[in-house]
Write a protein that binds this ligand. Structure first.
Ligand code: KG4
Length: 342
């Protein structure tokens, strides 16, 4: 198979972002992401509204991705799409679009696991930008609104989840606690901003006692909720008066939980190549904690460009590229799944 000019159209629609991207020979040509404001007033993603918004966004988003990449439909070698995990109604929109495109253009169809996409985002090349990917094997801390995992990556298409949350994801902990404090959705970036001026040791919240490399965030969420409920009984202005310290202490606890298991994973596997992915990796406190630990334990730390850590189709297209090289194609019978394993 000719490995030059392999041009992959990537489609991502697993949650509330509709995205399309074009990657040629591993180099990004375009990455278009349409967010969905419709969920803001509900304080979280409403699945039915998400599917409907994907349906409206998908064609214009793909069109924009082709225009920005300055290529025609005829130049596409294959179409790659997210087939899980995610919201089923949302996934169905991207899957159906990709199937239709593949059939109409007569190009192969490639199914991509969303989590694998987050990891392989580390291998997206940009013209004129130095390319510093991690070396195999490496560990990836994947932290987003829907996932909190430690993944052992042996090769592009060979990875294993060695630790994961048994309940809520780290992003959910940020968002749900932020909601209790009356902050807008998604709350993670607001907590991050306010935490910068707060005291991380002012309040102490509970940490889970989970064996091995797994995570749990539901106890912290409940602890935070009950703590505020009790404090509000004494002082109805408690949140406003302590908002920055509450955010700083909450963020400090979440980061502490995440880092404890990551350090343990590095120790147990002996791997010093450490990476991070997912929306929560934008958190400034987490980035600082990763850098401090990298210096202390001599890790080679690779943090991807912010644009590729959030949900986006570039990560689906790059995974499609490696699967294309490996001739891993699927067919028109493929269906998406809300829950899928790596
Ligand atoms: O990967 P992503 O874009 O999509 C989902 O999996 O949903 O991650 C979104 C998550 C949300 O929970 C959001 O609050 C969180 O990432 N997030 C942050 C920050 N920026 C985004 N959490 C903490 N600090 C941030 N700066």
């Amino acid at each position: 198979m000719d490995s030059k000019n392999i041009t992959i159209l990537g489609i991502e629609s697993s949650c509330d972002d509709t995205s399309a991207a074009i990657i040629r020979d591993g180099v990004i040509l375009s990455n278009v992401v349409a967010g969905q404001k419709v969920h803001e007033e509900y304080g979280g993603v409403v699945p039915e509204l998400a599917s409907r918004a994907h349906q409206q966004n998908i064609i214009p988003v793909v069109d924009r991705a082709l225009t920005r990449a300055a290529i025609s439909k005829e130049e596409i070698s294959a179409v790659a799409f997210t087939n899980g995990p995610g919201l089923l109604g949302s996934l169905l929109v991207g899957t159906s679009f990709a199937k239709g495109f593949s059939l109409a253009a007569g190009v192969p169809l490639i199914d991509v696991n969303h989590l694998q996409g987050h990891v392989l985002a580390l291998f997206i090349k940009e013209n004129g930008v130095e390319f510093n990917p991690p070396n195999f094997p490496f560990l990836c801390l994947l932290v987003s609104g829907g996932n909190s995992q430690i993944i052992l990556v042996r090769d592009y298409l060979d990875m294993e989840v060695i630790g994961q949350t048994i309940d809520d994801a780290a992003g959910e902990a940020f968002d749900k606690c932020a909601k209790v404090m009356g902050l807008p959705y998604p709350g993670g970036p607001h907590v991050d901003r306010l935490a910068k001026e707060g005291d991380p040791l002012k309040f102490e919240f509970s940490r889970p006692r989970i064996p091995g490399l797994n995570y749990s965030f539901s106890g912290l969420k409940t602890n935070f909720l009950y703590f505020l409920r009790d404090k509000l009984k004494e002082n109805k202005n408690f949140i406003e008066e302590n908002q920055k310290d509450l955010c700083a202490s909450l963020q400090y606890t979440i980061i502490d939980i995440l880092m404890a298991k990551l350090k343990r994973a590095a120790r147990e596997t002996g791997i010093k190549e450490i990476t991070v992915a997912g929306g929560v990796s934008a958190n400034s406190g987490l980035r600082n904690a990763l850098k401090e630990n990298a210096a202390k334990y001599r890790w080679n730390l690779v943090i991807p460009k912010f644009e590729y850590t959030m949900d986006n189709a570039a990560m689906i297209a790059i995974t499609g590229y490696y699967k294309y090289l490996n001739k891993e194609f699927t067919n028109q019978n493929i269906v998406p799944f809300a829950r899928t394993q790596l």
